[in-house]
Design a protein around this ligand. Structure first.
Ligand code: GLN
Length: 191
């Protein structure tokens, strides 16, 4: 199985390493032709405005949107912002998921934090909390249509969503040793 990792900016290497650990061939996506033969794509964390500008410069925005309409895509942090239809600011987006997102919702880089989340969709998700790393992270303000919240902080702040084959997490599973989110994404590809 070939899974792409958008590799323009951000922590794409960590995603690729985790996919390799799970026995999947990660493909670095930088050009439209890199999307050929992929069964899914991960958009990493980084800086969403920078990634958006690079998507335009590399003529990838439209090809990526077309790809995502047919195939599973998972965005982490900046990737979640790029998947959202509404981020409250004017920046290049894929605008696919019916989610409203607030960027930098927890403050500055220095306010980065870790939290243990109950994520029922994951394997043992009810009993074994997921270690979530938040770095200048966004939060979900609302979801609509068939988008659903799949993880919340203890105070009820929504931080992960799924809409069919699209997945968005405000945090960075690729920066932990816990592979369950990557496994969950692989499962979405296989169903
Ligand atoms: N703050 C970044 C943005 O708005 C996202 C941070 C991240 O991906 N860790 O794009």
């Amino acid at each position: 199985m070939k899974i792409g990792v958008l590799s323009l900016q951000g922590d794409f290497i960590e995603h690729a390493q985790m996919l390799s650990e799970l026995g999947v061939d990660p493909v670095a996506v930088r050009l439209p032709e890199d999307l050929r033969e992929l069964e899914g794509l991960i958009i990493p964390g980084g800086e969403s405005t920078t990634i958006g500008k690079l998507l335009i410069a590399f003529h990838l925005l439209e090809p990526l949107r077309k790809f995502a309409i047919q195939k599973p895509v998972w965005g982490t942090c900046a990737g979640m912002i790029l998947l959202a239809k509404d981020v409250g600011t004017d920046q290049p987006l894929l605008s696919l998921m019916d989610i409203k997102v607030q960027r930098n919702a927890f403050g500055r880089q220095a306010d980065s934090f870790e939290a243990y989340l109950h994520v029922p969709v994951l394997k043992n998700g009810e009993t074994q909390p997921f270690p979530a790393v938040f770095i200048r992270a966004p939060r979900l303000i609302s979801v609509k249509n068939d988008a659903v919240v799949i993880a919340e902080l203890a105070d009820g702040t929504a931080v992960a969503a799924q809409q069919g084959k699209w997945l968005a997490t405000a945090f960075h599973p690729e920066l932990t040793r816990d592979t369950r989110f990557h496994q969950y994404f692989l499962k979405l590809i296989n169903v």
